[in-house]
Design a protein around this ligand. Sequence first.
Ligand SMILES: Cc1ncc(COP(=O)(O)O)c(C=O)c1O
Length: 381
Amino acid sequence: MNHPASDNAPHGLRFNPHVAALPPYNAGMNVEVARALSGQHDIARLASNENPEGCSPAVMKALASAAYEPWRYADPACTALRAALAHKLACDAQQVVVGNGSEEMIAAIARALLTPGATALTVVPSFGLHEIEPLAAGAEVVKVAMTPELGFDLEGLECALARGPQVAFLSSPWNPVGPALDHAALQRVIAAVRPGTLLVLDEAYFEFADPGAPNGIEVLRASGVAHVVLRTFSKAYGLAGLRVGYAVCSHPEIARVLTAAKTPFNVNAAAQAAALAALADEAWMHASMGRLRSERERVATGLRALGLRVAPSQTNFLFFDAGQSSADVADTLLRQHGIIVKAWREPGYERFIRATIGSPAENDRLMAALAQIRQSARVSA
Ligand SMILES: Cc1ncc(COP(=O)(O)O)c(C=O)c1O
């Protein structure tokens, strides 16, 4: 294996070669950078799948309350939050581990189960950390590609699962593509899991799925396979900046080891207070999901009317073939229209863009900008 970054270690230091060789995480652009590049103040942030409607007013109230004491260490066990989650999800609090975002739980899973020589399975295009965290642990990452119809390759997944990877990371609904495994597809995946494999179903976008989509926590609980389901407060609940997500484990022993793999005071007091308040006002979240789902369908229809190939989505974003270099389209969207989207970089997918569903005005702006870009591409062709 080639570890170019290790060669640059100063003072004769010896970095962990797996970590030094990691690819960078493709994070959404900072808004100040976008303002400087575009010369526009009003930036449409459509790259990070945040909730454009914000969060429940109950969260802001909780953060202003005297009960929230920033000068105290927060509860390292997140006792109240785990109890509230266990109540909501009808599981035991001992099966729940709370993370500094669900991304910390992905890192904890890799740290807990993967060692050099192990194999992790995921899909491509993929959510970056499903690959980066196994690589950091020195594991080999096997990736099953999306089908030409922009869906899950179930046969490919079945074959790869039959080879018994230590961990299989699947997001459903799928970031960055958008579809969710339906009931039959999820059952096929479950049936292919062998003893010795931990199935990690990352449901960061669960709340955006249409009613009737499988609830991974319930389906996997009934399945008997070793699993962790990941969920987050960053997306539907609008708490991305506070960093709180969680893992629901099939067995308390898995939860115990994930707890050992995280940092002790990982979830800060503001995040715990905010997540509890958000859970106490799920009516806000459900109403927001209803609006964002219909907005998603409106934008998908609009993009298809421009002749763009758009993957079906059960999330708060759309993944589409821009018909040309997505980096070029993203650059024009940014510099000329003040819109940040995510141009996909994984080899084979460089024509794809992922755009978050924003406010109706931001979405109109995106559709108008893409219409203009398509028009000028036609003129210059
Ligand atoms: C599939 C998926 N999993 C996990 C995460 C991490 O979310 P967070 O750490 O904010 O909970 C994201 C964020 O974009 C995601 O898309």
